[in-house]
Design a protein around this ligand. Structure first.
Ligand code: SAM
Ligand code: SF4
Length: 348
């Protein structure tokens, strides 16, 4: 018979019952980031995302805050440490700051960030700050009213700028602007946006237009690539200096201005796909799990959440989703198929 003191000092060759292996897909990519869409609704109608005559999902189809929290609590032990709240427009979801606080109470979750169009930010910035939100990205493609109207099919540029001001006043230090680049439409916006960002100490990122518009009008000749944007910036501000890449999974290639004032990120999903380093999963507002923006398959987490499934079952679903992830989105390849869902129904 083996003495108990001997047993206690022996190395453990059996797995810990609580140990959860990380979420690694078939290409060795470890998944640690979840984009959580909290609604498909929005208060504007960007043409590259929504149709004009959009029909939103009935409220009861959307996950409740409690369901979202339950899902996140189940996946944090798998190594998911970062959440980005998105939509639709996340700030149209009533009392979003309460969700932020619920998520930040989950042990092991390191970072909760928000992507917003900024229209409701002035009213909500201080509640979000108090709830512990760490970072905000504000989408802003132009500083001209007529172009804003053309893109969003609504008024509201001034409200967005006021939202950015309010977020800075509320104490958010890392506010980033996201601008979609579209050939024939936004070339003249590049330099004014860069000046605006430099004056206010904001990071600015340009994102290539992707084939996720509800109207399905995207075509390759609308591509204003990151390289094109870089040329415009360098003609005005001098050579951009490549910046270190602290997180290899970040979608943007970062630069600093030569005079040291401000930074620029270029997100080039179409001209230079970064799928090889992707660490992201997405949960739609009605609880469908996706392993890619361009995924054509989904895993139904809501069904599990609403049928009394336990955490182990939820985690199995997440593992199946990760295991099935394709190597790359395949835009431009002959066998590329757009997903059924446009951007606002996924969560960008
Ligand atoms: N409503 C919020 C907003 O606009 O920031 C969050 C959701 S929105 C879908 C997230 C981001 O996706 C925004 O920065 C938006 O500009 C970007 N986006 C939407 N449709 C896009 C497309 N077809 N190509 C590239 N970016 C797109
Ligand atoms: Fe709304 Fe954001 Fe889509 Fe624009 S990009 S319509 S703000 S969800």
């Amino acid at each position: 018979m083996m003495h108990s003191y001997l047993l206690a000092s022996m190395p453990r060759h059996f797995p810990d019952a609580d140990f959860e292996p990380p979420l690694v897909d078939g290409f060795g990519r470890r998944h640690s980031s979840l984009r959580l869409s909290v609604t498909d609704r929005c208060n504007i109608r960007c043409f590259y995302c929504m149709p004009v005559d959009v029909v939103f999902r009935p409220r009861q189809e959307l996950l409740t805050f409690e369901e979202m929290e339950r899902f996140v609590r189940a996946v944090v032990p798998l190594g998911v440490t970062k959440i980005r709240l998105t939509g639709g427009e996340p700030l149209v979801r009533h009392e979003l700051h309460k969700l932020v606080a619920m998520l930040l109470a989950i042990e092991g979750l390191e970072d909760v960030a928000l992507t917003t169009n900024g229209m409701l930010l002035a009213q909500q910035a201080s509640d979000l700050k108090q709830a512990g939100l760490q970072r905000i990205n504000v989408s802003l493609d132009t500083l001209r009213d007529e172009v804003f109207r053309q893109i969003t099919r609504r008024e509201g540029l001034q409200r967005v700028v006021e939202g950015i001001d309010a977020a800075q006043l509320a104490g958010f230090e890392r506010i980033r602007l996201n601008a979609v680049s579209i050939r024939g439409l936004t070339e003249a916006e590049i330099v004014p946006l860069a000046r605006f960002a430099r004056e206010r100490n904001l990071e600015l990122r340009f994102i290539e237009f992707m084939p996720l518009d509800a109207d399905r009008h995207w075509s390759p000749d609308q591509l204003l690539s990151g390289a094109d944007v870089r040329r415009v910036l360098e003609a005005q501000f001098g050579q951009l200096v490549p910046a270190p890449r602290p997180d290899p999974s970040q979608p943007a290639v970062d630069f600093r201005f030569a005079d040291g004032r401000g930074g620029i990120g270029l997100i080039n999903p179409v001209s230079e796909p970064f799928c090889g380093d992707c660490n992201r999963l997405r949960l739609t507002a009605e609880g469908q799990l996706r392993n890619c923006l361009f995924s054509t398959v989904e895993w139904d987490a809501r069904r599990l959440l609403r049928s009394g499934a336990n955490d182990a079952e939820l985690r199995r679903l997440v593992r199946s989703c990760v295991a099935a992830k394709a190597a790359a989105h395949g835009i431009g390849q002959p066998d590329f198929h757009r997903p059924e869902r446009p951007m606002y129904q996924i969560g960008g």
